[in-house]
Design a protein around this ligand. Sequence first.
Ligand code: MUC
Ligand code: MG
Length: 375
Amino acid sequence: MNAHITSVEAILVDLPTIRAHQLSMATMQQQTMVIVRLRSSDGIEGIGEATTIGGLSYGEESPEGIKLTIDTYLAPALIGQDATNVNGAMLKLSKVARGNRVAKCGIETALLDAQGKRLGVPVSTLLGGAVRKTLPVLWTLASGDTARDIDEAEMFLAERRHHTFKLKIGRRGVRDDVAHVSKIKAALGDRANVTVDVNQAWSEVEAVRGIEALEAAGVDLIEQPTPREQRGALARLAARFIVPIMADEGVAGPEDALELVQGACADVFALKIAKSGGLYPMLRTAAIADAAGVSLYGGTMLEGSIGSIASAHGFCALAQLAWGTELFGPLLLKDDIVTARPLYRDFDLHLPEGPGLGLEIDEDKLAFYRRDKRG
Ligand code: MUC
Ligand code: MG
């Protein structure tokens, strides 16, 4: 099969959220995503998404920087390359640009989408096959208001949309956070699982105090309590507490995973295609966890439908996914830029069945929400 890459476009898209989403490092009123459109000489177009959270406050790449990286460095290196050889194209990019994993993830997704369409198979088939077609999806309670969070959880339990809720903490003091989480857990009882994500906000001393109280309150999982570089602190917390400790920011790709398993730093890894640099590096990260007996969780960078469904194809191909996923990004957004929004039903996200990602861009919506076309 012969086809070469003819163009790569990176489009900044701003979509409003259904409510403010408060994390320890940022409050989101909208999500900005970089949509990648990769065209080939056989007329096939692949789509991808490169998305981060809160500008530069979450990671080292910003949406504007990702677009610049793709336009200036990655796209020119890809033009003329074999569109059917994802490994070859990504190897070329690894020589042109160090790091820049989120940008590379958007490109790799577009290459896989195009190749799936070309061969008439879903992306999960290109990855070796889906061992599941549905994924459990939790919801993040992050309105910043305890009563509103409880109402939200009750609504989604009743709708059978989510039975696990993640609480974003670390913005306030430990005592206030513990009170907030304990109230929500007490209101929901055994009807729901409750996890917390501290997004690196605690010192080790604060973490010891906080986790002890959260464990007693019945919290099921503690995500990235301490700064990502402080692997020793994470290891000591994992050894000290029964409640599982999950690494998120601390485990970007396989190199971090190797260090973390060698130091017995975490019980669970949050996998994300964006921080790993794409679906294949995410799978390589998972392989290290599998070898070490570390449990897996399907994470999100709060991507829209394209990035979330790309993640879903990868997570469906994993041998184990003990902690389910948080692929709720599309549900946090007021609107979408794909023609058919992902299907969430009975606590699960359902993997689309069409070739490639199984998604199509809604051109009118894209035209409306793209930043360069708005006043
Ligand atoms: C993160 O750090 O996990 C995932 C869900 C959510 O609400 O925020 C993200 C980021
Ligand atoms: Mg996290």
